[in-house]
Design a protein around this ligand. Structure first.
Ligand SMILES: NC(=O)c1ccc[n+]([C@@H]2O[C@H](COP(=O)([O-])OP(=O)(O)OC[C@H]3O[C@@H](n4cnc5c(N)ncnc54)[C@H](OP(=O)(O)O)[C@@H]3O)[C@@H](O)[C@H]2O)c1
Length: 261
């Protein structure tokens, strides 16, 4: 895990040994003084505070506002895979990218955890979605709803034509080449650090996902309706978490650690 807040506090001071893990699904075991809106025994899921001990543990302390109720028919592993990828896609497309029906989205890494959410949410919103990735990602990206696919290793990205929104999960040269494709008034949204490239006549935004109970509710409702599919790769036990989170081979979707059998 390369997210610095896993290892440091808000002032940047080392806080190791720390417990990693920023997403969770589980059952409320106890309530802090004054907590309202949740009850002991309730199923919940959500996003943990970046700078505090995380979720790879039997018990985690999470602010109530960062949790959403989890309907009984949604599996904990599915729910645990949703907060970061689902909220990142949602916030990037609709809050930062101001996506509207009829627009074209270039969804990089469209077979990945964030990219599969971006592809599905953008398509549902009426956008035309061009997914990208490696050659082996084509079928998966199309299966998650991309209208077409660009293999970044073999196809010419510059041939894509004009797009209204680039959702960047890769950065570097891919980001630079993508910025040049953005139509007037369009947006480059990046989740991989400060944007280095700007569209000639448009906006460039980089952001870090934020907890949002209401949006988590909308995301899980889409999963229940069958409108949104999650992208789970490996499911491992807590004992096997270190190996599962540091795979020797390519990661395929979200890695979920099942703390209790
Ligand atoms: N700012 C935020 O709030 C935020 C939130 C979520 C995620 N992120 C960041 O966003 C990035 C993506 O996250 P994720 O969970 O979606 O990861 P992921 O599941 O690994 O998806 C990324 C996808 O892009 C592909 N890819 C990467 N570089 C490529 C290249 N040069 N050419 C072709 N395909 C390429 C990857 O393939 P390979 O696996 O083969 O490289 C993978 O399929 C990560 O860097 C993550 O830290 C940021």
């Amino acid at each position: 895990m390369e997210w610095p807040s896993t290892w440091t506090d808000r002032a940047g001071r080392d806080r190791t040994p720390s417990i990693p893990g920023h997403e969770l699904a589980g059952v409320v075991g106890a309530l802090g003084y004054g907590t309202t809106g949740l009850s002991v025994g309730q199923r919940v899921f959500g996003l943990a505070d970046w700078h505090r001990d995380g979720t790879l543990a039997e018990y985690a302390a999470i602010e109530a506002r960062n949790l959403a109720p989890l309907p009984g028919d949604v599996d904990f592993a599915v729910a645990a895979s949703l907060p970061i990828s689902g909220l990142t896609a949602w916030q990037g497309l609709f809050q930062h990218g101001r996506l509207r029906a009829g627009q074209t989205v270039l969804a990089h890494g469209a077979a990945g955890a964030v990219g599969t959410m971006v592809t599905q949410l953008a398509r549902e919103a009426g956008a035309y979605v061009i997914g990208t990735g490696r050659a082996t990602d084509r079928e998966k990206a199309l299966g998650f709803g991309a209208h077409e696919f660009v293999d970044l290793e073999n196809d010419a990205l510059d041939d894509v034509g004009g797009v209204d929104l680039v959702f960047d999960v890769i950065g570097g040269d891919v980001q630079r080449r993508s910025a040049a494709l953005i139509r007037a008034g369009g947006t480059l949204v990046s989740v991989v650090g400060p944007v280095e490239a700007r569209p000639a006549d448009g906006l460039a935004v980089d952001f870090v996902v934020e907890a949002d109970r209401a949006r988590l509710g909308e995301i899980v409702q889409r999963v229940r309706d069958g409108r949104l599919r999650t992208n789970i790769g490996d499911v491992a036990s807590l004992d096997d978490a270190v190996g599962a989170l540091n795979p020797a081979t390519r990661r395929e979707g979200k890695t979920v650690i099942r703390v209790r059998p």
